[in-house]
Design a protein around this ligand. Structure first.
Ligand code: SF4
Length: 303
């Protein structure tokens, strides 16, 4: 069942009120995330071009930024791999949100269009609409807020395939954690389309650790980590990875990563899980906040 919402369209010179459903919001989120890079990542790309000293790397960054501008201007996806959309729903919501997200994905696949990427894992048969068994992927976080927030993170395979989890021995400590993160990024080479955002989860159990690593990609990259220990770790890894020489698309240079973002949670005393989920230069994300009166605010980081 669709929920009819009154939505104020801030894009217009004159504020007009049109009915919009949650399904419409999902289509708009998928369009926004695929055609417009969040400003925090755009600024980070420009900053990287400022410190890059390798000529080939500098031209790679220029091509990426040119591509981003053209995608926004033309309203076309910035990459041919429009990914698998991962949804995060928080606040106050009911079970109809799942059907509305499915309908939104189906429509967006045709209208934007998005590349149909969902296949059966064994037969490799394509479902054709980015849905199917186990789809859509939605993480639910109910809260006491009176609004609902929907965030989408379309995740391409090039970066997702480089995801790694290590169940370290606790005796390996922080040095073992750093070693694993650096090795994972460098072994991935150019495959996740650097310059990357490195999402890291530390602690939890194996499943929550991997989830945290992906959720870390949603953290704005133009703000410091509020945890001073993680903040220092992020900065140290950022410097070391950019000194590695891997560079944009793995072709050499000193702009391998745009940011390292880390989340942590308590873990078993006999465990030290660490997960890395790499976001490519096209780390696409967008959020809609739907208020109880039906107004919708679209949010991309850095605005
Ligand atoms: S890793 Fe990212 S930039 Fe590279 S092909 Fe996949 S979605 Fe596109």
């Amino acid at each position: 069942m669709d929920t009819v919402l009154s939505v104020y369209l801030y894009d217009a010179d004159i504020m007009i009120v049109l009915p919009e459903t949650v399904e419409d919001v999902v289509v708009k989120l998928l369009r926004l995330s695929n055609t417009r890079l969040s400003h925090d990542i755009g600024w980070a790309l420009e900053a990287a071009a400022g410190w890059e000293t390798n000529e080939i790397a500098y031209s790679q960054l220029g091509c990426i930024m040119d591509n981003v501008k053209k995608a926004e201007f033309l309203g076309k996806p910035m990459c041919q791999d429009t990914g698998v959309p991962i949804f995060y729903v928080s606040g106050r919501f009911d079970t109809s949100v799942r059907d509305e997200i499915s309908n939104g994905i189906r429509r967006a696949t045709k209208e934007i269009p998005l590349r149909p990427n969902a296949v059966d894992p064994l037969t490799r048969e394509n479902t054709g609409d980015n849905l199917g068994e186990g789809m859509p992927i939605i993480h639910y976080h109910p809260t006491d807020d009176d609004f609902m927030e929907i965030t989408v993170l379309p995740k391409g395979a090039g970066s997702e395939n480089m995801t790694r989890l290590a169940m370290l021995n606790p005796s390996e400590g922080v040095d073992g954690v750093k070693r694993f993160i650096i090795d994972t990024v460098l072994n991935a080479g150019g495959r996740p389309c650097p310059p990357s955002i490195v999402g890291v989860g530390i602690g939890g159990m194996s499943d929550t650790c991997v989830s945290m690593a992906k959720e870390a990609l949603l953290m704005p990259i133009d703000k410091r980590n509020p945890d001073p220990v993680l903040d220092a770790l992020e900065e140290e890894l950022f410097i070391k990875l950019n000194e590695s020489g891997l560079g944009p698309m793995g072709l050499g240079g000193n702009s391998t990563v745009l940011a390292v973002r880390i989340k942590k949670a308590c873990c078993h005393t006999a465990s030290l899980p660490v997960a890395v989920n790499i976001g490519c230069w096209a780390t696409r994300r967008a959020t809609a906040r739907i208020m109880p009166n039906g107004t919708v605010e679209y949010i991309q980081e850095g605005e």
